[in-house]
Design a protein around this ligand. Structure first.
Ligand code: ATP
Ligand code: SF4
Ligand code: MG
Length: 325
């Protein structure tokens, strides 16, 4: 499968404006997506998922954030060499984006039709009649009932789920090769979440789009990803196929995430969860960044850094004492 996106050893740091101290947000992340591949990036709140997405889009809040190392290639081109014009052409056309909060991501003063049409006009050379027709088609494609009515409505007249469908219509309007969906369902009701995910995956499959699905919820990854990357404190802890992660997890952090997933069989039982929280970028961490929360920690973990070790089948883990399953 030809490579579409390749991130190597990406480092992002953060400056504290009060004392100029630098913190580490991403500590050397590597991750790649092939054409049409579905990759899920999973980890708790604050582990660096959104900053990874914003780095790919060259939209990091700079300052206080800064890329301090590594490379990102999109279609074999180093994205840091793109000009402003190239970025304008790529964002929204080659790379579609869906963020967490559909209501605030849409502009409240314009109808949804105007917002989708603007995206189409910006990137495609189409007549006004074509733009209108394409917008109606997109609204139908994302499952909105009565596109002719919805096209003239404002975001506040639609539900959260409908707004997210509009956001998805905008993200796929120009036929991107990569869709980045950063917690696309977190703000929605559970039943709507499932419908939106189904829609994202139906559309990406139909249009052969690659998708980087970002989530803190491992449950939604099941059945929706070809590869899963587990992130903690700005480092990749484990990576593999869904089977590697759900059935043969080797890293204590992945095991903790799995144990905190409510299982059908566990109904009524207390949920097991990982004690503690993700450290702040300014915290001084032990050599293994998970050591302070790890149930298997040994002295070595605090002084020596575990390497990310990839086996022959592409299952990778960063731990001195991985589980064998
Ligand atoms: N604009 C900002 N200024 C300063 N620090 C920030 C900013 N945005 C994020 N951070 C910090 O950077 C770290 C990584 O944040 P990031 O938003 O990537 O986390 P995340 O994994 O997306 O979390 P969530 O699941 O809550 O969205 C966190 O410690 C966060 O507090
Ligand atoms: S290296 Fe040690 S502290 Fe880190 S995850 Fe493995 S066992 Fe836990
Ligand atoms: Mg985020």
């Amino acid at each position: 499968m030809p490579e579409l996106l390749s991130i190597k050893n990406l480092e992002v740091s953060l400056k504290n404006p009060t004392n100029d101290k630098r913190g580490k947000v991403l500590r050397g992340i590597s991750l790649s997506l092939g054409e049409g591949q579905r990759v899920a990036l999973v980890g708790e709140s604050g582990c660096g998922k959104s900053m990874t997405a914003l780095s790919i889009l060259n939209l990091l809040p700079q300052p206080p954030m800064e890329v301090t190392g590594g490379t990102i290639h999109f279609k074999d081109k180093d994205i840091h060499r793109f000009t402003r014009e190239e970025w304008e052409a790529i964002r929204g056309k080659d790379i579609g984006i869906v963020f967490q909060d559909p209501i605030t991501s849409l502009n409240p003063v314009f109808t949804v039709g105007v917002q989708i049409e603007e995206t189409l006009r910006k990137h495609l050379n189409s007549s006004e009649t074509e733009v209108r027709q394409k917008t109606l088609n997109l609204l139908a494609e994302v499952g909105l009932p009565d596109p002719k009515r919805v096209i003239g409505q404002y975001p506040h007249q639609l539900s959260g789920g409908m707004c997210q469908r509009v956001m998805i219509a905008m993200a796929i309007a120009c036929g991107p090769t990569l869709l980045i969906a950063d917690e696309p369902t977190t703000a929605l009701d559970v039943t709507v979440q499932a419908q939106i995910l189904e829609l994202v995956f139906k559309l990406t499959q139909q249009n052969k789009m690659a998708v980087l699905l970002i989530t803190h919820d491992l449950r939604i990854v099941k059945g929706h990803a070809d590869r899963v990357v587990i992130l903690y404190a700005g480092e990749v802890m484990e990576e593999g196929t869904p089977e590697d992660i759900f059935v043969h997890a080797q890293h204590p952090y992945t095991e903790g995430l799995l144990a905190s997933m409510p299982q059908f069989e566990q109904k009524g039982k207390e949920l097991v969860s990982i004690g503690g929280v993700v450290p702040s970028p300014f915290e001084d961490l032990p050599a293994c960044v998970f050591a302070n929360r790890c149930p298997k920690v040994k002295d070595k973990c605090r002084t020596e850094k575990p390497e990310f070790v990839l086996n022959k089948t592409g299952h990778g883990v960063r731990c001195f004492y991985p589980s064998e399953k």
